[in-house]
Ligand binder design. Structure first.
Ligand code: BV8
Ligand code: ZN
Length: 260
């Protein structure tokens, strides 16, 4: 990544009145949380996450799917926000109208201090009853056993005894309308969109950077690799979020000591 590109991106960030930070699994990679397309390990390695993350898979094999989410919740619970998450929180501190739109289902943005968070795909920490939609409480996460966790029967709802499901949006399911509307509203009115750590292939989330560009906002991308957004982005900062974002924040607000 050249210094000039970072300087240009830093100027856009400093001068922006309304920033949207759009994040995917890549921002959590340096916290040790495998990205969605990383090969799965242990019990899950023979499964394609896209096949597991569906209502059909949960219906066919509830213990397998619930065990997978519980294993991921254990991994996230043991992970810590990395410098990339903290830099995103610092952007919000410097530019209070910032909105973070995440595709991730971990809680690392909240734990790093981000407050204005739009969650497009739900959360590992918000299971609910399939039948009455009552929120379900979660036991302490199982140990993330090295072989990659195991089959765990989903709990039953304390209100109606129905089956409890993970609080995430599965493939083939609609996104929460209020969250998608908030993301589109923020992207339509921002004057900078920073897209970090996403392969930008899952829709309708992947539309969000395109909405910002259509409304004339510059798009800055942070990713070690090429993505379908390369052509759309005004600036491509090649590198890991945990290194690129703190440097970008420090360049944008040098006298404030960068990421807080
Ligand atoms: C829907 C929760 C309507 C579950 C997830 C064509 C057009 C429109 C839609 C479709 C279409 N074809 C098929 C569809 C439907 C489908 C879809 O988009 N499929 C894709 C694969 C084509 N979409 C849906 O089903 C959505 N719903 O369309 O509803 C509808 C309603 C009824 C009936 C039919 C349709 C719902 C999609 C939500 C799925 N749920 N997550 C769970 O987590 O288990 S999505 C899942 O993938 C993750 O949440 C994640 O958000 C998402 C995308 O992955 P990324 O975040 O981008 O992560 P990925 O691993 O892909 O990439 C990581 C990136 O990080 C890489 O670029 C890598 O280079 C980079 N990276 C790595 N290290 C670092 C880094 N970057 C920075 N720093 C680093 N250190
Ligand atoms: Zn219930």
């Amino acid at each position: 990544m050249t210094d000039q590109l970072r300087a240009d991106a830093a100027r856009l960030l400093r001068e922006a009145r309304a920033v949207v930070v759009f994040t995917g699994a890549g921002i959590s990679a340096e916290s040790g949380v495998a990205t969605f397309r990383d090969a799965l390990t242990g019990l899950w390695e023979r499964y394609d996450p896209q096949q597991l993350a569906t209502a059909e898979a949960f219906h066919a094999a509830p213990d397998l799917v619930w065990g997978w989410y519980e294993w991921r919740r254990a991994l996230v619970s043991r992970a810590r926000p990395n410098a990339g998450h903290h830099a995103v929180a610092a952007i919000e501190a410097h530019a209070p109208s910032t909105v973070v739109v995440t595709q991730n289902v971990d809680d690392l943005h909240e734990r790093a201090g981000t407050r204005a968070l739009v969650r497009l795909h739900g959360s590992l920490f918000a299971p609910r009853c399939v039948r009455c939609a009552a929120p379900a409480s979660l036991p302490p996460p199982p140990g993330d056993t090295p072989e990659g966790g195991g089959r765990i029967p989903p709990p039953s709802c304390v209100e109606c005894d129905g089956p409890v499901r993970p609080g995430v949006v599965w493939f083939g399911e609609s996104l929460p309308e209020d969250q998608l509307a908030a993301a589109v509203r923020a992207a339509s009115t921002c004057d900078l969109l920073l897209t970090v750590g996403t392969s930008a292939v899952v829709y309708p989330a992947a539309e969000i950077p395109r909405v910002a560009a259509r409304h004339g906002a510059p798009v800055v991308q942070v990713n070690p690799y090429e993505t379908p957004l390369d052509a759309l982005a005004d600036i491509n900062l090649r590198g890991p979020a945990g290194q690129v974002l703190p440097a970008l924040v420090a360049a944008a607000w040098p006298d404030a000591g960068g990421a807080r």
